[in-house]
Design a protein around this ligand. Structure first.
Ligand code: SF4
Length: 384
């Protein structure tokens, strides 16, 4: 039976859990799993876990118990996305490329597909940075494969996402020297994760809060808020601020980009910041109806921004089509608050301070926007 719950375009739900079980059972495959930031805000809702109890480390424990070889928090590669995207923004901004139109975020496949089909002349304004899911897959099949001494073909890369559109995003292929396969081999949703936990007869109250595996065990507060509308913008501004001022912004400096409700300002948060004499005009929008209105205003030159974050689902990924469903209830903004709470309590709150990210650049990628970073972490947004 096909169920359509995707708010971004009539996607039929496909159950891919068998593919994960098959990979786990295959002794030739090394199964690595990443778990997106928004999943932690929803997975416990039908397993009897409160938001405080439903920690991401317990998801990682459940995946290990089911047979995954390595488990990771996608907050790590959300930090990596920020390193690349904030650097790209500053480069395009200082080169004067954003005078006519802003740079748009590119980590939401629902939005990327929308702009390609409805506003194709704006595709060139998208950031070239891949999404955290795809960056993680690319790093898995290069840096990580090398670090454990196996060929990329042996790595079977699974992601747990709040999103149905991510299932088609996984079609992106990785050419790294030789063809290295898909960056992501299978995507399962939060609902499919819960189904797997149940079918493995794992009792949720026995799960332990374990860390992710090395060398990508750390995700910062900036990576966690990726799952809520405004989170990508806030995380990027924290790192852009550091790049310009050589110090971290005081807590709450960019809170203005957060949205507390879908109905407010037609789902659009506008804000202007002065960072060391540099004026940056930003907008954050979620929901494709609101996005269409915003793009028309930009085309008519009624508004002007330098940097715009777009998420197709109202409230961002926390309200994604792969999350648990409670008929008649819209929980996106409640779940978003949970992510901001976790960010507040994070030891490290800026992507550029993530020690595992620093190590990745020092040992492998050299620096943001390097040749190797471009090869692995950026895309040209083909009009397919
Ligand atoms: Fe997927 Fe998040 Fe975009 Fe929704 S907002 S389509 S969940 S990436």
């Amino acid at each position: 039976q096909c169920i359509t719950h995707c708010p971004v375009g009539a996607l039929s739900e496909r159950d891919d859990t068998e593919l994960v079980w098959d990979a786990i059972a295959d002794p030739e495959k090394i199964v690595v799993v990443q778990v997106a930031p928004a999943v932690r805000a929803s997975w416990g809702e039908q397993l009897g876990l409160s938001p405080e109890e439903a920690k991401v480390g317990k998801i990682l424990d459940s995946l290990k118990r089911m047979g995954a070889d390595y488990v990771f928090d996608t907050a790590f590669s959300a930090d990596l996305t920020i390193m690349e995207e904030a650097s790209e923004f500053l480069e395009r901004f200082t080169a004067g490329e954003l005078k006519e139109r802003p740079m748009f975020t590119s980590c939401c496949p629902g939005w990327v597909r929308f702009v390609k089909s409805q506003f194709p002349h704006m595709v060139k304004d998208l950031s070239t940075a891949k999404s955290p899911q795809q960056m993680f897959g690319a790093v898995m099949k290069s840096y990580f494969a090398e670090s454990i001494g196996v060929s990329p073909e042996k790595i079977f890369s699974v992601s747990v996402m709040p999103c149905l559109a991510k299932k088609s995003e996984r079609e992106m292929e990785l050419f790294y020297g030789e063809y290295a396969g898909h960056e992501t081999d299978v995507v399962i949703t939060t609902r499919e994760l819960v189904k797997m936990i149940r079918s493995a007869h794992i009792k949720p109250d026995t799960l332990e809060d374990i860390p992710g595996d090395n060398p990508m065990s750390v995700g910062t507060g900036a990576g966690i808020i990726f799952g809520a509308t405004g989170g990508v913008m806030e995380a990027a501004l924290r790192t852009a601020y550091f790049t310009l001022k050589k110090e971290n912004p005081p807590a709450g400096t960019f809170k203005q980009v957060r949205s507390t409700g879908f109905q407010e300002n037609n789902g659009i948060q506008e804000a202007e910041f002065d960072i060391d004499g540099v004026k940056v005009r930003t907008a954050v929008v979620s929901g494709l109806g609101n996005t269409r209105e915003l793009l028309k205003k930009i085309e008519r030159k009624e508004v002007q921004y330098d940097f715009v974050e777009v998420m197709a689902c109202p409230g961002g990924c926390v309200g994604g089509g792969g999350q648990l469903i409670h008929d008649g209830k819209e929980l996106a903004f409640e779940r978003g608050k949970n992510l901001y709470y976790l960010d507040d309590r994070s030891e490290v709150r800026c992507s550029h301070d993530n020690p595992d990210i620093k190590k990745l650049y020092a040992e492998y990628l050299e620096k943001p926007l390097s040749h190797k970073a471009h090869l692995l972490l950026h895309t040209e947004h083909q009009m397919t």
